[in-house]
Design a protein around this ligand. Structure first.
Ligand code: DX5
Ligand code: ZN
Length: 555
């Protein structure tokens, strides 16, 4: 299908919401493992997998084998989003006679494998891969196995077999979420090493303790390890796996069970349990409020931008914000597409290119070719026709579309016609031209107004706040409706980028928790607030929520 980074993100969100809807309606099911593999499925369904939802039996299709079949809500939700059936049908999950059973069943057109009995999906995939080889077909088999499932000896028999027969038309994924039905994998049957205590975050932090990759390598596999919630990493890994000849490939995706909903994250309870209906609207708001941190490298050493890109990588930024200034639209000059092209090989992170230049329509092609993932142009130097042309070029090259407005500019009337296709609106919170300026306070009110306005025009992209964002104002910007936050002097200007990004995230999380508690209160008063808080049993989340509730006067 070949969607861009932003579109994949939106599809993943739609699918996650359907998982919640389906399991809540059924009163049972497996949200935890559906969410840990959500980004893997997003990259497959909307970028790599060859299929035709109108013709599920198409001979040349690729095959997706969900070996960890209990995560069927994740599979079905993506099949609904991809067009195999009406998303409304998702509420029939686990109903008697429905094609959407608790474990995938061939009765559902498009399902390739009756998963559920664990350990056999890889063997089945090998059969399919050998058959494709005999038939001279070049379709691919994508197989998802679980880490709990890896307790099954058959997984390792299959691993040896795939290596022996040099099967290179399978790309396997290990959804490494560290949790199985009853507890942590590293307590029940360690793949890396035994877990003492319950703190998974320690395990995550220390790569020297991960042995699972070595196991697969010793079985003769090409192993690629990624953060399984970063679509840019998964996507790159799939491309590399698919190019590997002569041996089978496995992508070990380190994931978080229940990812996307704080109270489900890293909590073994949510392996197989459904959210209650009164909690669903709060979870939906939580899922809707993903946010991204985008350091702006012009606030660093302009003579060594490569180093600044490395700092963004190490700092675990979400994007890299690239401020292009031409000395005309703004007085300063920074760099152009040639520099971006040089930086591209240094990072997989999405390049968020902000063009502060005149006549963007004339130059946009160069910035596409340089490897931008999204390109944002200024409304002040576009009109309906030139912006339409820019949109066409970006869309046909799988690049995200952004539109920026200066502090004293409002969204022009013509921009609303494009609202549905926009991936991002940059609301400038300083006069563009340089980093290190003070945030203009009236931006808060402007973001709130634009958020509401755009919602009415079916905009489902992100509002990015750019200029003077810091630890003091980022929480309020999030509450206003901002979802991506550029940080020049407040991030790149600091010595420890990783720590400061973490602090940025914590501020936003705090703001988000407040909004969700208010939502619970609006919907069900103190009872629902308490019920919401009580769901947060892992780590110290609960204490924080109690504190916020007191501050809000709800307790
Ligand atoms: C301003 C740029 C911003 C700026 C951000 O013209 O678009 O991206 O560099 O830097 P700070 O966060 O320092 O304002
Ligand atoms: Zn910018």
């Amino acid at each position: 299908m070949g969607l861009n980074y932003y579109q994949i993100k939106k599809q993943v969100l739609k699918a996650r919401k359907l998982v919640i809807k389906a399991t809540a309606a059924a009163g049972s099911g497996h949200p935890g493992g559906s969410f840990s593999m959500a980004e893997i499925l997003g990259c497959l369904f909307y970028k790599y997998l060859k299929y035709d939802p109108k013709n599920p039996g198409w001979e040349d299709r690729d095959k997706l084998i969900l070996s960890k079949g209990h995560a069927s809500p994740g599979l079905f939700s993506n099949m609904a989003v991809a067009g195999y059936f009406d998303p409304k049908d998702i509420v029939t999950l686990r109903q008697f006679g429905s094609k959407l059973q608790g474990h995938p069943d061939l009765k559902c057109p498009g399902v390739e494998f009756c998963g559920g009995s664990l350990g056999i999906g890889l063997s089945y995939s090998i059969g399919n891969a050998l058959a494709a080889r005999l038939d001279g077909k070049n379709n691919r088999i994508y197989t998802i196995i679980g880490d709990g499932e890896s307790d099954e000896g058959q997984v390792w028999e299959a691993a040896m077999t795939a290596a022996k027969y040099k099967i290179d038309n399978i790309t396997a994924f290990l959804d490494r979420n560290f949790i199985q039905q009853d507890s942590y994998t590293e307590k029940i049957m360690p793949l890396d090493e035994e877990l003492i205590g319950n703190d998974l975050s320690e395990m995550w932090k220390d790569a020297s303790r991960w042995k699972t990759g070595d196991k697969w390598r010793s079985f003769g596999w090409n192993v690629i390890e990624v953060d399984g919630h970063r679509t840019e990493q998964i996507s790159d890994a799939i491309r590399r796996a698919n190019e590997t000849k002569g041996l089978p490939s496995i992508i070990i995706a380190r994931t978080v069970k229940g990812k996307g909903v704080e109270h489900m994250e890293d909590n073994p309870q949510w392996h197989g349990k459904a959210p209650q209906q009164d909690i669903v609207p709060i979870i939906e708001d939580e899922l809707e409020s993903q946010f991204m941190i985008a350091p702006s490298i012009i606030a660093g050493d302009m003579s060594n931008l490569g180093k600044e890109v490395e700092r963004c990588n190490e700092g675990r930024a979400d994007y890299i914000h690239l401020d292009v200034m031409d000395g005309q639209f703004v007085p300063n000059k920074t760099f152009d597409h040639a520099e971006i092209q040089k930086l591209r090989p240094l990072s997989l992170l999405p390049f968020d290119t902000h063009l502060m230049i005149n006549d963007p329509v004339k130059h946009v092609r160069n910035y596409i070719d340089a490897g931008s993932d999204i390109i944002t142009v200024h409304a002040e130097v576009c009109d309906e026709s030139s912006f339409g042309e820019i949109c066409d070029q970006l869309r046909s090259n799988q690049v995200g579309i952004g539109l920026a407005i200066n502090p004293d500019t409002d969204l022009p009337q013509w921009s609303y016609k494009f609202a549905e296709m926009l991936d991002q609106i940059i609301v400038m919170s300083v006069v563009p031209g340089k980093s290190g300026q003070k945030f203009i306070e009236s931006t808060h009110e402007k973001i709130q107004r634009i958020t509401k306005d755009l919602h009415d025009h079916k905009f489902d992209g992100y509002i990015e706040v750019d200029g003077g964002v810091n630890l003091e104002n980022i929480g309020a910007c999030f509450a206003d409706g901002g979802r991506a936050f550029v940080g020049g002097s407040a991030i790149i200007g600091q010595s420890d980028v990783r720590m400061i990004i973490k602090e940025f995230r914590n501020q936003v999380l705090d703001s988000r928790r407040r909004l969700l508690i208010k939502k619970a209160h609006d919907l069900g008063g103190t009872d629902l607030v308490n019920k919401w808080i009580d769901l947060h049993v892992v780590g110290k989340k609960k204490d924080g929520l109690v504190q916020i509730t007191k501050e809000l006067g709800f307790q």
